[in-house]
Write a protein that binds this ligand. Sequence first.
Ligand code: HPA
Length: 240
Amino acid sequence: MATPHISAQPGDFAPAVLMPGDPRRAERIAGQLMPDARKVSDVRGIVGYTGTHEGRPLSVMASGMGQPSLSIYATELFSQFGVERIIRVGTAGGLSPKIKVGDVIVATGAHTDSSMNQLRIPGVNFCAVADFRLAAAAYEASLPEQARVGGTVHLGTVMSRDHFYFTPEGQTEALARHGVLGVEMEAAALYGVAAEYDKQALAVLTVSDHLLDHSGDMSAAERETRFTDSLRLAVAAAHS
Ligand code: HPA
């Protein structure tokens, strides 16, 4: 039975779904990871693929940009398609001075200025946290690489913003002062939806630019290469 935004049938999705924002990236990831990938959904250009990676079932589905878009797909996947874990793979803007362009952030929690989670439980500032087991699996997978290249994978919180082009004055600096590692636009909602359905979620983010220092911003080509590093950690979490 298809849902309003997913044209697949029950059983078409694997229990673990990798979720980039960009549909073209979803297609590329599916091609890269799964020799037997087949397209299982394509509504509004938001594609989903399922196949096997190293002999284990895996799906990749795009989320579109922003918390409302991601919430629609995550909700339908968790509630109608038997999906048990969603690992967002995307980019983030670096915030903390200890973050460099090209680093990877395993987002253990997500602050937000969105009302999406606030609406869940009236009067409560919902605490949007990643599944600890998934975060631990991703971090563990990063350890050999960390030993080799030194500290390029960070565990910590991110800020899931609704605006891309508007920032209240002083917010960036205040977030950095509070140890927030990066800025993106989806993780808080993903963690909220996962909590609602008692499922697992994680965001593994490649730092594509830095909000306090634009000198080292990545080109589109570099973004793609560095993205492979975070993908490896996301797959480790998916298969954990
Ligand atoms: N803001 C929101 N999302 C992002 C950014 C940013 O600066 N950089 C990469 N993804």
